[in-house]
Design a protein around this ligand. Structure first.
Ligand code: ZN
Length: 431
């Protein structure tokens, strides 16, 4: 357990900091943040962060850890180990487990130390009983049990009255309602984005409007109820335009984008490789351009992975039959630096904001997403210049369903610190 993190370039959007600082950690918190060599403390172990970025720990608002019920795909222990290796100090598991996390008992079970989590767990509980979209869960009780938001992820809330009730009830508790925006009435049997690639491959495509129509409906309801709508894994230009307009109109809306949606296109599906099958699907070049603009200009609030492990025997099937989703925790930073910073010149500070500061504020995590004195010592140390190859065989996830196997990436996590304790470390940086 280090006492000092010295000589690093500290990037902390919460204090508008970008410069050389030393951190002093004590009792799992940030005790001091001072110019190099200026700390009053003397004794203790030092982590030398020379040449590295020291950032508030990353927070992933959207992961599937598959426990309870599908531990052959992932467990809370293996999924959070992958999170730690990816620089995430906190993750928000979705409720589409088996059984569905629609009760305080399951929320507490997920957070129980017995699960062996390597990073903090902040569950997003189901918005409706069994995620059936008919009867709301007890938001207040779920919040007391540790849930930070509600959603029926994977099963969008289609009924207007239920979505309206959810937004109104969550607003009273200052919780966001997270919507997986997909009008499933028009995406039945569709497996990828509609367009020339779907046509050429002979696969059934779904139109971008399946997303934007739900987002537009939800924005109207958010305006009416003054609730907080958070659009999960937003993937289309039309939905992003609607969110931008709503933000300008003062509607309480936030959104997240996944690395695979800002990196890949539907046309990358060349050979029916099911590691390119996800929901929402990979979109067109025009959609991706819009997402990149939103990531740069502040319309997009967070980068979230939608880490969705599936076993080999499930993914190793016809494209039509394979389940949707890919793992993403260990490639998120490398893809963000490679695409957003190297290619698109988005400043590192903005990337830290997308991965840490904004997600913490969005779900109201006090003392996280910041390196201010007194806050939790949840810290991600990374090298923005290091080039490395991602090999899925080495992933800590139980599942290996990644389209990025063998990819060369720039930007590597060097250490992940949770509550002052190093939970993952690459190479030898301890002195
Ligand atoms: Zn989803």
């Amino acid at each position: 357990m280090p006492t000092f993190i010295k000589n690093g370039r500290v990037i902390d959007p919460s204090q508008n900091l970008d410069g050389l600082f030393d951190l002093v950690l004590a009792d799992g918190r940030i005790a001091e943040i001072v110019p190099p060599g200026k700390s009053k403390a003397t004794a203790g172990e030092t982590f030398d962060a020379k040449g590295l970025i020291v950032a508030p720990g990353f927070i992933d608002l959207h992961v599937h850890l598959r426990e309870p019920g599908q531990s052959y795909k992932e467990t809370i222990a293996t999924g959070t180990m992958a999170a730690a290796a990816g620089g995430f100090t906190s993750v928000c598991p979705m409720p589409n487990t088996s059984p569905i996390n629609d009760s305080p008992a399951i929320t507490r079970w997920m957070r129980d130390p017995e699960r062996g989590a390597h990073v903090n767990i902040f569950p997003v509980a189901a918005a409706s009983m069994g995620s059936q979209g008919e009867q709301l869960t007890d938001f207040a009780a779920l919040k007391r049990a540790g849930a930070v938001a509600v959603t029926d992820d994977g099963k969008p809330i289609l009924r207007d009255d239920i979505m309206q009730q959810a937004l109104a009830a969550a607003a009273k508790l200052k919780m966001p309602v997270v919507q997986h925006a997909e009008d499933t009435r028009i995406t039945r049997d569709a497996v990828m984005n509609s367009g020339p690639t779907a046509f050429r491959l002979g696969l059934r495509g779904w139109p971008p409007e399946a997303e934007s129509s739900i987002v537009e409906r939800d924005l109207r309801l958010a305006a009416e109820t003054k609730g907080h709508l958070h659009v999960a894994h937003l993937s289309t230009a039309a939905a992003l335009a609607a969110v931008r307009k709503a933000k300008q109109a003062g509607i309480h809306v936030t959104c997240e984008v996944t690395p695979h949606h800002f990196m890949l296109l539907d046309e990358d599906i060349t050979d029916y490789n099911t590691n390119f099958k996800m929901n929402p699907p990979l979109r067109s070049g025009q959609d991706r351009e819009a997402l990149l603009t939103g990531l740069a200009d502040g319309t997009v609030d967070c980068i979230a992975t939608d880490h969705a492990p599936h076993a080999h025997h499930e993914k190793n099937a016809e494209f039509d039959r394979a389940p949707f989703g890919i793992i993403g925790l260990e490639t998120a930073l490398g893809l963000s630096i490679s695409m957003l910073h190297v290619q698109r010149k988005i400043p590192l500070k903005r990337i830290v904001e997308l991965l840490s500061f904004n997600p913490a504020r969005l779900i109201g995590l006090e003392g996280r997403g910041t390196l201010a004195e007194g806050s939790r010592a949840d810290i991600t140390v990374f090298d923005p210049a290091e080039k490395w190859a991602f090999h899925v065989a080495h992933s800590f996830s139980k599942s290996k369903n990644s389209p990025f196997d063998g990819w060369r990436l720039q930007g590597k996590v060097v250490a992940t610190i949770v509550g002052g304790k190093i939970v993952w470390q690459s190479g030898e940086n301890r002195k």
